[in-house]
Design a protein around this ligand. Structure first.
Ligand SMILES: NC(=O)c1ccc[n+]([C@@H]2O[C@H](COP(=O)([O-])OP(=O)(O)OC[C@H]3O[C@@H](n4cnc5c(N)ncnc54)[C@H](OP(=O)(O)O)[C@@H]3O)[C@@H](O)[C@H]2O)c1
Length: 303
């Protein structure tokens, strides 16, 4: 049988991924979508990185779709995705560590005023903030306590922050009271119909005045105009944004120059092909051996 590798990767990314996937699966025949031809009936596994919609239709013997990315919202949005083929996503401890590093950086910078000090340096101002709060006096609400959220909670707890988590099992009714007591709200939710636009005028109003917001998950969680309004009204102190509804963020977008927005270009926790390729390969081998597949996506939940 044959493994199809498909995705919207640029040439540099392909050059990185291709030898690593081949090295991780030396016993398999890999073909790259659109490069090598072959019989569609031979393909039983697809390794994918957000392939263009329609890529995975017409593969009658497909048994596993293994995403090389952690988030599967774009993949699941493909209406032609074969209905009964299991989908696994990427869960990689190296990526999880990277997310914890970014979350810790953002929380530390917000709590200790490092973003303000950076602005002061640009303005030639020497000014020490008074009345520093201890970390245990800073409540960080983590929305989404999955693989990434739990790891971030551990990193923040180790630094003495007061961490409170929210996941689907807690229900929507638990959210307002959590938002009301958080100094920093950290978004690590998947993008699903339930979380799209979750951060809007109503939820920003439920947050404590002067709270800050960190989005390391998906841009479409946020109603951008409402976030800008909350920042401009002083309801929110600062936003740290790694992800955007449109990426790259268009040059004219107000986030670029907003004094209380700190941006990253979707780098909070990039997939590292060196660790991810063997993880994808392990799931292919589990399939071949008839063993349970890891990190399966529940299509009905959307993550
Ligand atoms: N910026 C980056 O570089 C980057 C990198 C990787 C991933 N991401 C994003 O991070 C997201 C999370 O990744 P993960 O691996 O931690 O996902 P995960 O393990 O699937 O965890 C998702 C968490 O969100 C919770 N959740 C889902 N829907 C919810 C809802 N409607 N209300 C409340 N909680 C809800 C889940 O609750 P339950 O525990 O109750 O199921 C779970 O705790 C990914 O989907 C991706 O979009 C971003």
């Amino acid at each position: 049988m044959t493994i199809l590798v498909a995705g919207t990767l640029d040439d540099d990314e392909w050059r990185m991924w291709w030898p690593l996937l081949q090295a991780a699966l030396p016993e398999e025949r890999l073909v790259r979508e659109g490069v090598e031809g072959g019989d569609a009936a031979d393909i039983d596994v697809a390794l994918v990185a957000n392939p263009p919609p329609g890529t995975l239709q017409g593969l009658p013997n497909l048994k596993l779709i293994q995403s090389l990315w952690a988030g599967v919202d774009k993949l699941l949005a493909d209406a032609t995705l074969p209905a009964h083929v299991p989908i696994a996503r990427m869960v990689d401890p190296a990526m999880t560590d990277a997310m914890a590093q970014t979350a810790l950086w953002a929380v530390l910078a917000l709590h200790r005023g490092y973003f303000e000090y950076a602005a002061q340096q640009r303005a030639g101002v020497w000014k020490q903030q008074s009345a520093l709060r201890r970390a245990d006096e800073v409540t960080v609400a983590i929305l989404g306590m999955g693989e990434l959220g739990r790891r971030c909670a551990r990193a923040l707890t180790e630094q003495s922050y007061a961490v409170a988590g929210w996941s689907r099992g807690d229900g929507a009714a638990a959210l307002p009271s959590l938002l009301a007591r958080a100094d920093i709200v950290l978004d690590l939710l998947p993008l699903t119909p339930a979380t799209r636009g979750l951060f809007n005028a109503a939820t920003f109003a439920q947050m404590r005045r002067g709270a800050s917001f960190i989005n390391l998950a998906r841009g479409a969680h946020v109603v951008d105009a409402d976030l800008l309004a909350a920042l401009d009204a002083g309801q929110l102190e600062h936003a740290v944004l790694d992800v955007f509804s449109t990426e790259p963020l268009p040059p004219a977008h107000p986030y670029w120059s907003h004094p209380r927005v700190t941006m990253l270009p979707h780098v909070a926790a990039p997939t590292d092909p060196r660790s991810a390729a063997p993880i994808a390969a392990a799931n292919v081998r589990a399939l071949r051996a008839g063993q349970p597949l890891a990190n399966l996506v529940d299509r009905a939940r959307g993550y």
